[in-house]
Design a protein around this ligand. Sequence first.
Ligand SMILES: [Zn+2]
Length: 506
Amino acid sequence: MGYAKVLSVGLAGVAGHLVEVEADLAPGLPAVIISGLPDTALHEARDRVRAAIVNSGQKWPNRRITLNLLPATLPKYGSAFDLAIALAVLAGSGELPPVALDATVVLGELGLDGAVRPVRGTLPMVAAAARAGHTRVVVPAGNAAEAAVIPGVRVHAVDTLHRLVAHVRDGSPLLAPPAHVPACGPAGPDLVDVAGQPLGRRALEIAAAGGHHLALFGPPGAGKTMLAERLPSILPELDDEAALEVTALHSIAGLLPPGGGLLRRPPFQAPHHTATVPALVGGGSGLARPGAVSLAHRGVLFLDEAPEFSKGALEALRQPLESGRVRVARTRGATEYPARTQLVLAANPCPCAKPSGDVDCECPPLARRRYLGRLSGPLLDRVDVQVRLTAVRAAELLSTDAAHESSATVAARVVAARHAAADRWAATGHRVNADVHGPYLRRPPWHLPARVTTDLRRRLDTGSLSARGYDRVLRLAWTIADLDGRDRPGHDDVAEAIQLRTGEVA
Ligand SMILES: [Zn+2]
């Protein structure tokens, strides 16, 4: 017996593809040849696998070993094939019965001592196995919880190569995956904690209801971060498809919380302004790590002190925000990850971060304009809601007479508004107002009567609003109408939309 084949899975972006790991053992000088577009980590697999086999008390065959990973056209990254390679070698040399693992998909990295280590991306890999009709998978014990999320798959966990070899030989038991964990996510902070700031709360609710990007301008103490962190708490829970996608991205990043379960809450990512471009959009060696913009997929990407981000970083975010996908350059080709995120920008009015008009602020007007101007080109153009917040007065903070609404109360209005919008745009395939194209809103049957848009047209004529700005106001007006349960925006909705749009930076 000189040949064996074991199934595994490779990833292209979040999509997994079945990979056949073939081993052929022939007489000749002992050597190992790996083919099928392997990357560096895969070449290192040869040494890891050999050591793991020997240190598990098995015999390394002194033959000429050819390893082939199919399909050859799929780029293969990382160390998840180690375990499959080890089994193929052992089966090919006659140490294991060849048919024992015929219908099993095997994932796992090997340590030199024969320990089976967790791998990134287990969840999307197991999902791919299930889609291809395979119902039995072997995964590292550290990944068993996330693998168990995929329905219709029997998950077997292993901690050592030795345990798996013993199982294949004589049926001794593998480890059971943890009992199914209910889907949940961290609850996150609640709007009930935010005192005052009615304009900020209103802007947040409208942004949530219409899926609009949001910019919050204001001095320290205005509560910009408090508001931004609470946006996920008023967004709808992720549906099955979105939850799977979001959980898969966090699995590939190696950032799933232990214990498993699907991530059901919209994620929140707040990269620091010193974040590198790869940290924002993805990169790294081996299996590309999704960046903040992908980890915020179907959730919120918060850029605090946005003008402090490097020009390159802001520029790099432009394409993902436009297309909802991000391309991560690799040595061979590129990896694509989803990146449909809601952007929240926060900025102080000037670089010294003191309230404007404050006696301590000595920044000249030009410096202030230039500071916020850093945002205008790449990002601010896409932001529908732009509001200027003032610092919350102490009296407002301490007032206990007006009860603050909780996130649950606001979220209920957001869900109703989103339903109204999704029903209206069903034929276009859009789900939120922010995605609807401007021309579509300006034509029948959705164009608004002249008496409703008088102010808006005057602003367009005088140049105080651009054509793009005009469309953004229309989108916002629809969201405001949806929130208030009207089937069309009226004059007041347009007026509020203008106000939300023209907290604009000069
Ligand atoms: Zn200043």
